[in-house]
Design a protein around this ligand. Structure first.
Ligand SMILES: Nc1ncnc2c1ncn2[C@@H]1O[C@H](COP(=O)(O)OP(=O)(O)OP(=O)(O)O)[C@@H](O)[C@H]1O
Ligand SMILES: [Mg+2]
Length: 230
């Protein structure tokens, strides 16, 4: 059974359709790459999943439950973490406080918070060193790492990463890819949905790729075999 099922989703912004009957399934443990050019609808699809953009038509199911009309704030408890494109760190909060925000919003227990922090610092050890620094004093690349940490705090079952590689220097992009691989090894049941405009970056990492163009899924999802995984 799919962990997340988006079925024939239609969404509009300012009267024009940005998603046109988009259907996407993702299974537990699967890494799905969502590829598309600027304006293709990648961010819109993630926002629809998070409940930030309403559906005009279609349906969203999570763990077999219809969440189409569940308000965004109630989805916090579903265990879906989201690292938006523009990161949205709070400058006056430390790195660790920024990572903990979803834990406070979702009222996670102390043991669960501790467990997630350990995973986050295992996957991204640099974050441990940065933890007392203020969010506003980090480089763009460092902020992307914090955004990943924050997504993992909320994302017990799934994380949505919106163009995490965009704007990263090649060395940082490699480091980030290494973190995602470490994450997959440490949490083999976690579903990862990651968007990117360049398919090459994710080819070696994703189990499957789908291409969005002008709000539509292009036919023929690309299966990338586990053998190709690095
Ligand atoms: N705030 C907005 N107001 C009006 N139109 C918008 C707004 N946000 C997005 N759109 C439009 O919705 C469509 C889909 O945008 P979306 O942000 O989902 O694309 P994307 O694939 O994430 O692009 P990018 O790679 O640039 O992040 C585009 O045509 C875009 O112009
Ligand atoms: Mg986008």
């Amino acid at each position: 059974m799919a962990l997340l099922r988006v079925d024939q989703a239609v969404a509009a912004i300012a009267g024009s359709q940005v998603l046109r009957r988009v259907s996407v399934d993702i299974a537990a443990g699967e890494t799905l790459a969502l590829i598309g050019r600027n304006g293709a609808g990648k961010t819109s699809l993630l926002r629809v999943i998070m409940g930030a953009l309403p559906l005009v038509e279609g349906k969203i199911e999570f763990s077999g439950r219809d969440i189409t009309s569940m308000p965004a704030h109630e989805r916090v408890g579903l265990g879906i973490g989201y690292a938006p494109e523009e990161r949205r760190l709070i400058g006056k909060f430390t790195v660790q406080e920024n990572i903990l925000l979803p834990a406070w919003a979702g009222r996670l227990g102390a043991a669960e918070i501790q467990e997630r922090l350990e995973l986050i610092y295992f996957v991204a050890p640099e974050l441990k060193d940065l933890s007392p620094r203020f969010g506003g004093l980090l480089s763009g690349g460092q902020q992307k790492m914090v955004a990943l940490g924050r997504a993992l705090m909320a994302g017990k079952h799934m994380v949505l990463l919106d163009e995490p590689f965009q704007g990263l220097a090649p060395a940082l992009a490699q480091a980030y890819a290494g973190m995602l691989r470490a994450l997959r090894d440490a949490r083999p049941d976690l579903a990862i949905l990651v968007t990117e405009s360049n398919p090459q970056l994710l080819q070696s990492m994703a189990d499957r790729m789908i291409v969005l163009e002008r709000g539509e899924v292009q036919p023929g999802a690309v299966e990338t075999t586990t053998v190709q995984r690095l």
